[in-house]
Ligand binder design. Structure first.
Ligand code: AHR
Length: 498
């Protein structure tokens, strides 16, 4: 059997794992909002019109930062269309996805939902067709106590107390030529800086995310980031990174090695942040908000991208399989390994649109990627430990040499959780976990997602082909844990220490 050893030490800490790394993203796109979280006509609707079946499932994922309302959508969005009495809200034409937006669910409904779900709202302002002033007005509406124009408007709309939204994004993917209002880096940087300054005059306690490179294959990759940071370095706390990965050639072994490239993307952005911090002599370094990540390539044809004048059309409804679930674990492993630089990360998205959940009428299916996210979110509290992996590896077609095991570890003082993907398609892998300075005394719990077919998916007809199951192929010997991972598997295991 192939073998691997993980070498850890409880004092070799990367950093605290910021809970906001377990964030989500809800965009007015396709059926994410309407027929996703909000469907007053569903038999599952609560008194707010939200779907309880969807919300119960989302609760299991313990989401923290929830990004809203877009995405590409936000670059043509005017928040005032979507607040106030529902009957007075206009239907608007969304240019990003060519859909009709009814505005029956707007920012206030989202903020109320966030409270009920214990989400940290992460609002994006429109820097495509919007102005710095529109952004600052929205912040006043959300965060100020009554007595000024926009705060009073909020009170008039029925919300006496401020929402106190502390996390804001300065637009979305402004480096992307497809983005409404896309401009060169220098132009965006000046606009973002002015917006940031006005917003912080309204509320100095907010944190801001400036748009970084949204794809590694754009010609402006990293140059955009340097230029934007040189302007905005002292005005923002985070720069965004986005990544969608794909397997168009159905080469599972190669696809599972993409974590090398995700690591590189984080490290490249972090080095731009470090460089600007030193060359511009700033007081603090800007950190990373990896605020869109997922597998997305099947639902990318024109009919998946164009709403053609419809309300809540079926867009970006990617169906996920086992290999995608292993990739989801790989993204989260990478964020945990880089806990010192990645402070926020949001899976794109949460329901129907490239999401762990799919609805059909009143039915709901849990996609494969749901399970690794749940398994890791349960065990997210603690510090990330450096992991030295010794053992089996392979050479991938596009991403160089990778270890057969993709892994990360979180230490909470009393417990150690280890996350392990066996990328081998056919062979089991024996993993020895060696925490150098402490003895592992007991397996507290372990779960596994695995299968022999990387293409196995959950559908409405076969909803439970891939789920998380309890796992006990673990033994403790001489203070070390030995785990026997089946091929194509993801295991999350938690141990107590002596
Ligand atoms: O998440 C889907 C889309 O992907 C978002 O709207 C956009 O920001 C990205 O290109």
């Amino acid at each position: 059997m192939k073998k691997t050893t993980l070498h850890l030490h409880s004092r070799f800490v990367v950093d605290v794992v910021d809970p906001r790394v377990f964030g989500g993203f809800l965009e007015h796109l396709g059926r994410a909002v309407y027929e996703g979280v909000y469907e007053p006509t569903s038999k599952h609707a609560d008194e707010h019109g939200c779907r309880t079946d969807v919300l119960e499932a989302l609760k299991r994922l313990r989401f923290t930062a929830m990004r809203y309302p877009g995405g590409n959508f936000v670059s043509g969005y005017h928040w005032q269309d979507a607040v106030g009495p529902k009957k007075d809200r206009p239907q608007t034409l969304d240019l990003a996805w060519q859909s009709i937006e009814t505005n029956q669910f707007g920012p206030n409904e989202f903020l109320e939902l966030s409270k009920r779900m214990d989400w940290t709202p992460m609002m994006a302002v429109n820097l495509g067709t919007g102005t710095p002033e529109e952004a600052r007005n929205w912040l006043e509406y959300c965060n100020n106590t009554a007595g000024t124009k926009y705060a009073d408007l909020r009170v008039e709309h029925g919300y006496k107390d401020p929402f106190d939204v502390k996390l804001w994004c300065l637009g979305n993917e402004m480096d992307g030529p497809w983005q409404i209002g896309h401009v060169p880096a220098e132009t965006y940087a000046i606009n973002a800086q002015q917006t940031a300054r006005m917003m912080k005059m309204v509320d100095p306690n907010i944190e801001l995310v400036v748009c970084g490179s949204c794809a590694i294959n754009l010609p402006t990759y990293l140059e955009w980031d340097r230029k934007v940071l040189e302007h905005c370095k002292d005005d923002v706390e985070f720069i965004s990174v986005h990544r969608y990965v794909e397997n168009p050639e159905h080469d599972t072994e190669n696809f599972l090695a993409v974590t090398n490239s995700i690591d590189e993307q984080i490290e490249a952005m972090d080095s731009v942040c470090t460089s600007v911090h030193h060359t511009k002599k700033t007081k603090r370094k800007v950190k990373i908000s990896f605020d869109e990540w997922n597998v997305w390539y099947r639902a990318r044809t024109p009919e998946h991208l164009d709403g053609r004048g419809k309300i809540a059309p079926h867009l970006l409804e990617e169906v996920y399989n086992l290999e995608d679930a292993l990739i989801a674990a790989g993204f989260l492993n990478s964020f945990i390994r880089h806990a010192d630089s990645v402070k926020i990360a949001n899976i794109a998205q949460i329901v129907n649109v490239i999401a762990p959940l799919l609805t059909r009428g009143d039915e709901l299916v849990y996609q494969t990627i749901f399970y690794p996210i749940e398994m890791m979110a349960k065990r997210r509290d603690g510090v990330s430990l450096q992991v030295q992996v010794e053992g089996s590896e392979y050479k991938s077609k596009d991403y160089g040499v990778v270890k057969t095991l993709d892994t990360s570890a979180i230490f909470s003082g009393k417990e150690l959780s280890v996350f392990m993907v066996n990328r081998d398609l056919t062979q089991p892998l024996e993993v020895t976990i060696d925490l150098a300075d402490q003895a592992i005394s007991k397996l507290l719990n372990a779960e596994i997602v695995h299968g022999s077919d990387p293409n196995a998916a959950n559908t409405f007809e076969t909803p439970n082909r891939i789920t998380a199951k309890d796992f006990d192929e673990v033994c403790i010997k001489d203070g070390k844990a030995v785990v026997k991972l089946p091929p194509l598997s993801f295991c999350a295991a938690t141990f107590s220490l002596e």
